[in-house]
Write a protein that binds this ligand. Sequence first.
Ligand code: FAD
Ligand code: UDP
Length: 368
Amino acid sequence: MQYDYLIVGAGLYGCVFAHEATKKGKKCLVIDKRSHIGGNTYCEDHDGIHVHKYGAHIFHTNDKTVWDYVNSFVEFNRYTNSPLAYHQGKIYNLPFNMNTFHQMWGVHKPDEAKKIIDEQIAEYGVTKPKNLEEQAINLVGIDIYEKLIKGYTEKQWGRKATELPPFIIKRLPLRFTFNNNYFNDKYQGIPIGGYNKLTESLVKDIDVRFNTDYLKNRAELDQLAKSVLFTGQIDEYFGYQFGHLEYRSLKFEHERLKTDNFQGNAVVNYTDFSVPYTRILEHKHFEFGTQKHTVITKEYPSDWKPGMEPYYPVNDEKNNQLYRKYALLADQKENVIFGGRLAEYKYYDMHQVVAASLKKARESYDRS
Ligand code: FAD
Ligand code: UDP
């Protein structure tokens, strides 16, 4: 056996784990079925513009250990995500804050906004929200739900907001100040030079093979290492023996334009159900780019079928129950570790993936 660890998946989870294991003197081989590093954080260079190939990625965290960790590999800029929402020809600020309330109702003072929202919540009369729709109306009232949430959510997830878990909408802050920062976290930014700088630096001097699908070459690859870290889909690993977990996929349409500024902001959400995409990204604004050209990406939500990229786990009760069956099988596998957004079937953000991978790496040395 040439390696201590075979790391399946060169995403952030795999790269952090490989780095930490190597630091402890373990020999690692990282493989990925894609042709590049970084998993969904991968950026493609378009004449100096780092195009987030798999959708907008903004690093944000409250955890100083995680922030210091990523900053030890690459410097981050001071980008603050302030997406806009476009609805029927009007622009609203996100997340839901005093700017949004002013644009929605013409109010200027927090008390006026609170009064309107409280009245709408009281009129709705649901006390214990059981799904995303109920949770959203209970947070911000019916006007904002109907204009900025319902259409976006239903096209994003391909199902009714009443069939989705409440936690998804709780990702978005609600505040009564004029503050358009999409995140409440203490630390936020984009790696200067793009995310590949981070992931490439994590696996510097570590063996990496691309275009290598573990599940298609399992017997041969298993011969190479004592232990495996698997960061792909857990249901696929187990041959879908209990059935398929559901995912939501996306299609990305990238376009290079001759203008230097297409939309004046990195992210604009399209909340009307009738517009087929959910967001347009303009990548140069993540890094305050001054190029003469620009690159935009339209993000189209799509049903997921085997063979497509599984971007989002659908963490409703039915799928979570199925996941738990696979997780029990995973617990019984000796010398195989399962981690990351796909193997844990969790709507993880990057900072959570870094924290989880660091923790898992530490636990594995304690055992070995
Ligand atoms: P991945 O990045 O998915 O990496 C897994 C890797 O495993 C992939 O490269 C895959 O090709 C490989 N793989 C799978 N199966 C096999 C196999 N059989 N053989 C070989 N290789 C295999 N997080 C944030 O913090 N901020 C954001 O703004 C943000 N925006 C996002 C926007 C979108 C559209 C999406 C989809 C996610 C976003 N995220 C964001 C989440 C972020 O992408 C994840 O938290 C993180 O990238 C997950 O890392 P991972 O290593 O677990 O998974
Ligand atoms: N959401 C919405 N309108 C918006 C933005 C978000 O209704 O303009 C809802 C939608 O249900 C989405 C969820 O909030 O899935 C979480 O949004 P986030 O921006 O965190 O999604 P991600 O970046 O992970 O796709």
